[in-house]
Design a protein around this ligand. Structure first.
Ligand code: FAD
Length: 385
């Protein structure tokens, strides 16, 4: 007889770790399974930092998740002693003329202001001269302006996964790491999950497989998702003084709608001069898969990034790229999330809250997923397949 659980969570990245923790916290008998040992570098939840903001220009339906995540991370910091959340402020910068969209939203600064009002977040609007004075690291133009709040900042994705898995195990969750789910099927009022090692059974299954999700769905459902390769860069500042301008005490996280093809987003320095300063753009043009993606970053790609997106806007950063990483977005049209019951199997919950902005919501999404299992909570219909 297969072992039986209240819930199995397939995938223990940002979403699966959060769901496992929240299920265990509610006293559910839960098994989490991952093909690797999260946190790891093969999916979507690595690279030291993720922007978090409660004013979400992607839509007002997201803010409550981010706000809950902040509360949950603060509680977990107390329990685990890990560093999870830094609220050093958030800037959404834009300006006159044609600007790149962010997550499909052309007027991202205006949308962020609307979201802040909706969520009750206090903010200020800064003009170009004020921005330059306050943040000398940014080469903003005279006509540029920015939204600024002090509740945004950055989360530590690897630590968040570790903290939630640790807290889940402390509450009785079982984990199987290095074990790959090959198939799942709903039958006789339960879900049977077969891995490369054994078969388990649960009352409900949460599929939080990130970029591996499309390959687990029939083509008609998989067509909702596009997996894209993203690159993170850490450039070294030109001097200790230039590096200091990026310290979290002085420098917020930012999303900058540029005249260049893409927006750029970035973080304060989280280490010394030789650890560089992290920033990135996004690409949505070329689809890939976790198995076929190129994980190396050639020198020409680094050079093009520096020339187009770094040198013109960050005069204190040198062309020396001390580190780069590839990562995967699982994109849904209009940067939406899909959190819904599987159309053919009502005991299977599919969770794909990514579209390049999911991390900040993950702890709150974990709570929703757990309550879908334990009390039949219904997700917002905007997250339906
Ligand atoms: C470069 C980059 C920058 C980002 N920046 C931000 C940001 O600044 N702010 C923000 O809020 N969000 C950001 N995001 C989005 C956010 O990081 C993702 O939405 C989130 O990490 C996705 O988590 P996940 O749990 O869905 O996927 P993952 O963390 O990838 O987890 C999926 C897990 O499923 C496991 N798995 C898959 N298949 C199987 C199987 N068959 N059997 C067992 N296990 C399996 C995998 O091993 C993996 O651990 C960014 C994403 C990227 C890639």
């Amino acid at each position: 007889m297969p072992e039986t659980y209240d819930a199995i969570v397939l995938g223990l990245g940002a979403m699966g770790a959060a769901a496992t923790y929240q299920l265990a916290r509610r006293g559910a008998r839960v098994l989490g399974i991952d093909r690797y040992a999260p946190p790891h570098e093969f999916g979507s939840t690595h690279g030291d930092t993720r922007i978090t903001r409660i004013a979400c220009g992607e839509g007002p339906e997201y803010s409550a998740f981010a706000a809950r995540s902040h509360d949950i991370w603060r509680e977990l910091e107390g329990e685990t002693g890990l560093d999870l959340l830094t609220q050093n402020g958030f800037l959404a910068i834009s300006g006159a003329g044609n600007r790149s969209a962010n997550h499909g939203v052309a007027q991202f600064l205006d949308a962020t202001v609307a979201a802040a009002r909706f969520a009750g977040v206090s903010y200020e609007i800064l003009d170009g001269a004020t921005l330059r004075r306050r943040y000398p690291a940014l080469n903003v133009a005279d006509g540029d302006q920015a939204y600024h709040d002090t509740v945004g900042g950055f989360a530590r994705p690897e630590n968040c996964v570790t903290a939630q898995l640790r807290a889940a195990v402390a509450r009785g969750a079982e984990l199987r790491l290095g074990e790959t789910v090959l198939s799942f099927v709903q039958q006789h009022g339960s879900v049977s999950v077969a891995t490369n090692k054994q078969t388990y059974s649960a009352s409900q299954l949460i599929v939080a497989a990130g970029a591996w999700l499309p390959a687990m769905l029939k083509p008609a459902l998989a067509a909702n998702f596009m997996v894209t390769r993203q690159v993170l860069y850490w450039f070294r500042a030109r001097s200790e003084a230039a590096h200091a301008e990026f310290s979290p005490e002085r420098f917020p996280v930012y999303i900058w709608q540029l005249p260049a093809p893409q927006s750029i987003y970035g973080f304060p320095a989280t280490g010394g001069l030789d650890e560089g300063v992290k920033l990135a753009t996004e690409q949505y043009d070329v689809a890939t898969t976790p198995d076929s993606v190129s994980r190396s970053v050639p020198a020409e790609e680094v050079r093009a990034m520096y020339e187009t997106y770094v040198e013109p806007f960050f005069p204190g950063l040198s062309p020396v790229c001390v580190r780069s990483k590839t990562c995967l977005y699982t994109w849904v049209d209009k940067a939406r999330f899909i959190i819904d019951r599987h159309p053919d199997s009502d005991r299977v919950i599919v969770a794909s809250p990514c579209s390049g902005h999911g991390f900040k919501h993950s702890a709150g999404v974990g709570e929703l997923l757990a309550e879908m299992v334990t009390i039949g909570r219904k997700p917002d219909p905007r997250f339906a397949f």
